[in-house]
Design a protein around this ligand. Structure first.
Ligand SMILES: NC(=O)c1ccc[n+]([C@@H]2O[C@H](COP(=O)([O-])OP(=O)(O)OC[C@H]3O[C@@H](n4cnc5c(N)ncnc54)[C@H](OP(=O)(O)O)[C@@H]3O)[C@@H](O)[C@H]2O)c1
Length: 296
């Protein structure tokens, strides 16, 4: 059962799990128009407190990706939706599972490197403590809600997802257009670390976490080689065959995104220690090959 798989990362994950022969049942707010043949669907409307019982019935595994997009202006209403779509919905799911006669063997939950907050040059592993700020607080609560599922005897893996690069969405959808227009450039000093990951590696990590009984707890879902914003800018410009002569000052980001700009400027040097230790082999450990694969 996959919750919130109609979005950006859901596409790669569904493709991968289907190719592996899993039988998939999607749960979302509304039925996707392009639901593939053989895939089930149950609606979990935004105002419903309980997940659809029919979907819980036979689920051997649950992957939960649902969450109101973070990359938007953080109005009080948006902040409420960002939190409740993650924390409250996970708690509702845990409660429903608690009262259900059968439980899945494994629950793979999306979390985010926002957990760590802005951390400068510090190398961040799964053992690092959480950071400060709204997003870090939401991630801490989100993961705590996942821990309730674990107390029900379900193996859980919390993927602290980094800046995901893939076709048709995510960070590149915002970042690439100025570069294409020839006005791309680094953000501020460009010294801040960006912990990116290819969408195919997120799908790979989900599949790995589902299949490996020893996988549990928090896993950083980031490539083994994070880069600075200046390095990212250079690689993106090269992949797009465009110059990167400009510098985008923080105040410009603030004008567009408000408080969210803090997250875009945050330095986070995250390392996927747990995944590497468990034996996961990254398809795209280095940024240039990851960008090249996307045929920007
Ligand atoms: N993309 C990244 O770079 C990145 C980085 C770090 C963490 N993550 C996390 O990974 C997960 C998947 O990311 P994504 O980029 O695929 O996200 P996405 O496309 O923005 O959204 C995922 C799904 O969440 C559901 N959703 C959206 N707003 C909701 C709301 N208000 N209430 C309930 N459900 C809602 C939607 O599914 P339905 O319409 O089917 O209900 C949507 O397809 C998210 O939880 C995100 O926070 C992503």
């Amino acid at each position: 059962m996959l919750i919130g798989a109609s979005g950006f990362l859901g596409g790669s994950i569904v493709r991968k799990l289907r190719a592996e022969g899993h039988q998939l049942h999607l749960v979302g707010r509304k039925r996707p128009a392009d639901l593939a043949e053989g895939m089930g669907f149950s609606a979990w409307p935004e105002d419903a407190d309980e997940p659809p019982a029919d979907a819980l019935g036979e689920a051997e595994a649950i992957v939960n990706l649902a969450g109101e997009p973070v990359a938007q202006r953080w109005t009080p209403e948006a902040m409420k939706r960002i939190r409740s779509s993650r924390v409250d919905r996970t708690l509702q799911l845990a409660e429903a599972l608690a009262g259900h006669p059968s439980r899945p063997a494994v629950y793979v939950a999306a979390s985010a490197i926002g957990f760590y907050g802005p951390r400068g040059e510090e190398a961040l592993t799964e053992a690092s403590p959480p950071g400060r700020g709204y997003l870090a607080d939401v991630c801490v609560e989100w993961e705590r809600a996942v821990d309730f599922v674990e107390t029900l005897g379900v193996r859980t893996v919390k993927l602290r997802i980094g800046i995901a690069l893939g076709p048709g969405g995510g960070a590149l959808k915002e970042m690439a257009p100025p570069f294409r227009a020839g006005v791309g450039g680094k953000l501020g000093s460009g010294k801040q670390w960006m912990s990116w990951i290819h969408a195919d590696d997120i799908a790979g990590l989900v599949s790995f976490a589902l299949a490996h009984d020893a996988a549990s707890g928090a896993w950083n879902a980031t490539a083994p080689h994070p880069v600075t914003n200046a390095e990212f800018t250079k690689a993106l410009a090269k992949a797009l065959h465009r110059p990167a002569l400009f510098t985008v000052p923080e105040f410009v980001l603030r004008l567009k995104y408000g408080e969210m700009a803090t997250v875009m400027m945050a330095s986070q040097r995250v390392l996927p220690e747990a995944a590497l230790r468990a034996g996961y082999t990254f398809l795209y450990p280095e940024l240039p090959a990851a960008l090249a694969s996307l045929r920007l």
